[in-house]
Design a protein around this ligand. Structure first.
Ligand SMILES: Cc1ncc(COP(=O)(O)O)c(C=O)c1O
Length: 380
């Protein structure tokens, strides 16, 4: 543990063996079902990890920003789906990526955005492959699966020069409201059945629909059938987090990232301990645990949860640790300077706070520091 204690905190640790196990688990699951993974790189935003995510897969990836598209394209990833509805001010960036030879697919759910994308493509003599985003669960965005609405949008897109309609995409985000694996399995089936019915509607109307793209981590891990689905997208599964534990699709031992932090104080009047990881290192994402709002589990520096110690409040650079039981924290056992690890509530937002992963091998030795990028510009 000496190596960890020498690191300046807070910083982000990645347990490579746990991540590889998580990746292998979903790869194996999807291979058995005969459907490829198009990993979502928004959680990890790291070239080294992306290469592990596409190992033994066709190679297509999903991104949430054009900055990701640019970085991954420069590292050899050529089949990239930008899975956020395209804004007009991003079309020049998208066209530049397309011009450089990247097979960048766009997501659309309106005729206005489609016309703008078509105009940008034809200006440069390009074609954008496009997917229509379908709303299967009233969660966030996308077009209604009502055949009249869907077919009319699909026809409009199909007729626009510069766009090549490739099919449908959905993200059943309501899986995150699931309270049991069976509830998530039901949402996964809703996702699959709505999408395959919509794909049949398009094909019956003589429109192309080779791609039926579904996914989130909970539905990918809980679905019972992928019939009619051509690809699954998921991102969090590589790291996992307390949200996925709460959804019962993984266990605490499957969480691959943690924030290394140091005890900087004890505040006896309120039975609190203070650490140097605040919301800038962890994000503000929280969940309710035994009726208490928490921001992370507190573990020892080997990653083992410490009894009922949890983070219950965050300031910018302070994390407030209390016991779920409300009892006192033994300052003799956890003196100032003690190195601890925090398991995150939401891997995407915690990882987004950091610019590198300190990669640990199975004996908790730091074997690499892998860069992680953020921002919306390719230099950011
Ligand atoms: C369009 C889309 N696809 C896939 C995913 C990946 O899902 P998860 O974050 O559950 O891994 C997301 C996540 O927000 C998404 O927005």
């Amino acid at each position: 543990m000496d190596q960890l204690r020498a690191l300046e905190t807070p910083c982000l640790l990645l347990d490579r063996a746990v991540m590889e196990r998580n990746i292998h688990r979903l790869h194996r699951r999807l291979r058995t079902a005969g459907v490829p993974l198009r990993p979502h790189l928004k959680t990890t935003k790291c070239v080294e990890i992306a290469r592990l995510l596409v190992r033994d897969q066709p190679g297509g990836v999903t991104v949430s920003t054009l900055a990701e598209a640019g970085r991954f394209s420069a590292s050899g990833f050529q089949d990239i789906l930008y899975a956020v509805a395209i804004a007009p001010n991003k079309l020049a960036h998208a066209a530049a990526l397309r011009r450089s030879g990247t097979m960048l697919s766009l997501l659309l759910d309106s005729a206005d955005a489609a016309r703008a994308a078509g105009a940008a493509a034809t200006r440069d003599g390009l074609t954008f492959p496009v997917l229509i985003e379908l709303d299967v669960d009233g969660h966030r965005s996308g077009v209604s699966p009502d055949p009249s609405v869907l077919v009319s949008l699909a026809r409009a897109i199909h007729a626009i020069p510069g766009l090549a309609l490739r099919g449908l995409l959905t993200h059943a985000g309501s899986a995150y409201d699931g309270t049991s694996v069976s509830a998530i399995t039901a949402i996964a089936e809703l996702e699959r059945s709505t999408m395959t019915a919509a794909a049949a509607t398009l094909r019956d109307a003589g429109l192309p629909c080779p791609t039926v793209s579904v996914g989130s981590t909970p539905t990918a891990l809980a679905a019972q059938s992928y019939e009619g689905v051509t690809e699954v997208r998921a991102g969090v599964f590589a790291f996992n987090d307390l949200m996925q534990v709460r959804l019962c699709v993984c266990s605490v031992e499957d969480i691959a990232i943690s924030v290394l932090t140091t005890v900087i104080g004890h505040y006896a009047p309120k039975n609190r301990m203070i650490v140097d990881a605040g919301w800038t290192a962890l994000s503000q994402d929280s969940l309710r645990h035994s009726g208490v709002l928490i921001f992370g589990y507190v573990c020892d520096d080997a990653g083992q949860p410490l009894e009922d110690l949890v983070l219950t409040a965050l300031n910018q650079e302070h994390g407030i640790v209390t016991r779920l039981s409300g009892g006192t924290i033994d300052s003799g056992r956890l003196p100032i300077g003690t190195t601890l690890r925090i398991l995150p509530v939401h891997a995407c937002s915690t990882a987004a706070a950091h610019d590198r992963y300190y990669v640990l091998d199975e004996s908790a030795q730091i074997v690499a520091a892998w860069p992680r990028f953020g921002g919306w510009t390719e230099s950011g």
